[in-house]
Design a protein around this ligand. Structure first.
Ligand SMILES: *[C@@H]1O[C@H](CO)[C@@H](O)[C@H](O)[C@H]1NC(C)=O
Length: 218
């Protein structure tokens, strides 16, 4: 079959447009705080550019550690978003501060809309991701090391130190990366995925299903 080069060209343009957040058509679009939203856009409406301030482009949201004790796995993720950093609206970016207690774990999860690059600021981490052929890529990070998790792939971060907390800062390639934990997306959904499905999928029995649900707080 012969492929029309022009069609191929438009197809490639189309693909390059759908694999990341859309490019902004203006310098910025500072998110407008809304009380009652009456119309809906992909992102948030912009404030009048004449009212733009430097403060719209700065945030202290990541300056304080998250409370890792509030979570049984010992991690806490603090994100920038259009509320605490309205100037990032439409720019296709999010930053995250990830605090992980001693032997704490950010469990296997995906970001359906973003690749993530992380830099270990403090501590010692074992990080890894799994590609679509189920190959696992892991790396032990020391302070100052970075690692990239490709878009949509399952990944985790584990603090190898039993006492010292770890801190990393991540950049994500979407203003709304989304996060889906593999464990909660299967065992603690609302409503529940029927037991028969989980039994078959994980090759376990009904008691196993109940125990895992209960352990995960479902
Ligand atoms: C993360 O830390 C913040 C700040 O201490 C706290 O308000 C929040 O509840 C914590 N989140 C989780 C999921 O533990």
């Amino acid at each position: 079959m012969r492929t029309c080069p022009l069609l191929l060209y438009f197809f490639l343009i189309f693909v390059s447009q759908v694999i990341s957040d859309p490019d902004p058509l203006q310098d910025y679009c500072i998110a407008q705080p809304q009380n009652s939203q009456t119309f809906f856009v992909n992102g948030a409406p912009c404030v009048n550019p004449a009212n733009a301030e430097a403060s719209h482009f700065t945030t202290s949201a990541l300056s304080k550690p998250g409370n890792t004790a509030a979570n049984p796995l010992g991690f806490n993720v603090t994100l920038t978003n259009i509320k605490n950093l309205p100037g990032m609206n439409t720019l296709g970016l999010t930053m995250a501060r990830v605090d992980i207690a001693g032997n704490g774990l950010v469990p296997p999860h995906t970001h359906p809309r973003a690749s993530e690059v992380t830099i270990l600021v403090k501590g010692s981490l074992l990080v890894g991701f799994v590609d679509t052929s189920n190959r696992l890529y892991t790396q032990q990070l020391r302070e100052g090391d970075s690692f990239v998790f490709p878009k949509g792939l399952i990944h985790f971060l584990y603090n190898l130190e039993s006492r010292a907390p770890a801190l990393c800062i991540s950049g994500l390639s979407s203003q709304n990366p989304g996060a889906q934990l593999a464990s909660s997306a299967t065992f603690t959904t609302k409503p529940s995925i029927p037991d028969d499905i989980l039994k078959k999928a994980f090759q376990i029995n009904g008691q196993d299903v109940s125990r895992i649900r209960k352990n995960l707080g479902g």
